[in-house]
Design a protein around this ligand. Structure first.
Ligand code: SF4
Ligand code: SF4
Length: 351
């Protein structure tokens, strides 16, 4: 089977914003957004200092088109695992506003999908029997638009729609499953003995030692990550080493859990393709010329087409362009195997 991937050329933000309306026409948007349905628009607001994430002007245009076609859009995101200005709903929403993702600029409110601290979640059972934990808000909506900024990725080799959905809309527990190979531990030197982690651990897996240092009992720990969120002193440590094949498979499975049973439109903003993703708090340089906007009802075909276009432009495999030693198509193959979509596609040029 093949899926359609719609494409419009764009060399800068202005032509991208102009081009997205032709894509909405081509995908027959009224059939996706009718009935005043809430539509969750998932994007990445860009870490501090990032200038290459999808700009608010483009997101605003997407919101306007969703409204025009019958939907009620809002912007959504989830808390990050690492500490920083996106690690809970309060700081993340403020950060989104600071980066221009305000109701005034985009016409949409920002509503975090995983609650105040990333633990509002629900379990989804995939057709193959695997279970994944995704953001709780997804239970309440029937339509998603994921606007992703494709980049290289330090763990997955490539981050596009599958990564934006799978990592970006999983709950904290879902993210931990994708990122971490072991249970947490406590760095005694950093632990102040405040006891906050003990109070919040749902299975009483943490005890206080006589020297007032928290100690995690590995056998009892269920890996929920509550202690990681609650510790205000960065004393809870995780082993973030994860085999890059397995992390891609798990991300594809979470992406499937996010979209299962929903109508979806997936948009890849293929401008400013950088070596690393927008979670890096630095100014990054584009590795290739701007290409344009791709969109599909199938996130797998969309990412497959995006990787092909990047490689055609770069004239070398993505593995050489961004992160050597990581085959970025593992996620495509696994996503197709579990039924998320198809890796084969036809390009439909839009004007
Ligand atoms: S990860 Fe969860 S279960 Fe394990 S120690 Fe931390 S809070 Fe307790
Ligand atoms: S919350 Fe952090 S500092 Fe407080 S006891 Fe737990 S590990 Fe130590």
């Amino acid at each position: 089977m093949k899926s359609k991937v719609f494409f419009v050329k764009a060399v800068n933000h202005k032509s991208a914003a102009a081009g997205i309306s032709s894509i909405f026409r081509a995908v027959k948007a009224p059939e996706i957004f009718r009935g005043n349905d809430f539509v969750a628009v998932k994007t990445h607001f860009g870490e501090k200092n990032s200038v290459t994430h999808v700009p608010p002007q483009f997101i605003g245009e997407v919101g306007r088109l969703i409204k025009k076609n019958g939907g009620v859009p809002f912007l959504t995101e989830t808390s990050t695992l690492y500490k920083g200005n996106r690690s809970d709903a309060v700081v993340h929403t403020m950060h989104a506003h600071a980066h221009g993702f305000t109701p005034e600029k985009t016409g949409m409110a920002v509503i975090m999908a995983d609650g105040l601290k990333g633990d509002y979640e629900h379990e989804v059972v995939l057709p193959n029997g695997s279970k994944v934990m995704v953001a709780g808000m997804l239970k309440k909506i029937s339509s998603i638009v994921a606007v992703s900024h494709p980049t290289g990725h330090i763990a997955l080799g490539f981050g596009g729609a599958i990564k934006n959905l799978g990592m970006g809309l999983s709950s904290r527990k879902g993210k931990l499953v994708q990122h971490s190979s072991v249970k947490p531990s406590v760095a005694a030197a950093k632990c102040t003995g405040c006891g906050r982690c003990i109070k919040w651990c749902p299975v009483d897996a943490i005890e206080m030692t006589p020297k007032r240092k928290a100690l995690i009992k590995d056998k009892k720990c269920i890996g929920c990550g509550e202690c990681l969120t609650e510790c205000r002193f960065d004393a809870v440590l995780y082993n973030w080493e994860m085999d890059n094949t397995r992390i891609q498979e798990l991300t594809a499975e979470h992406a499937y859990g996010v979209v299962l049973g929903k109508k979806g439109l997936y948009v890849n903003y293929l401008l400013n393709f950088t070596k690393d993703c927008d979670c890096f708090g630095t100014k990054k340089k584009a590795l290739i010329k701007n290409i344009g906007i791709l969109a599909s009802l199938d996130p797998v075909a969309l990412d497959a087409a995006t990787i092909d276009m990047v490689e055609n432009e770069a004239k070398i495999p993505l593995e050489q362009l961004a992160h050597e030693g990581i085959d970025p198509r593992v996620q495509i193959r696994h996503a197709e195997k579990i039924g998320l979509g198809f890796s084969q596609y036809d390009i439909v040029s839009c004007k």
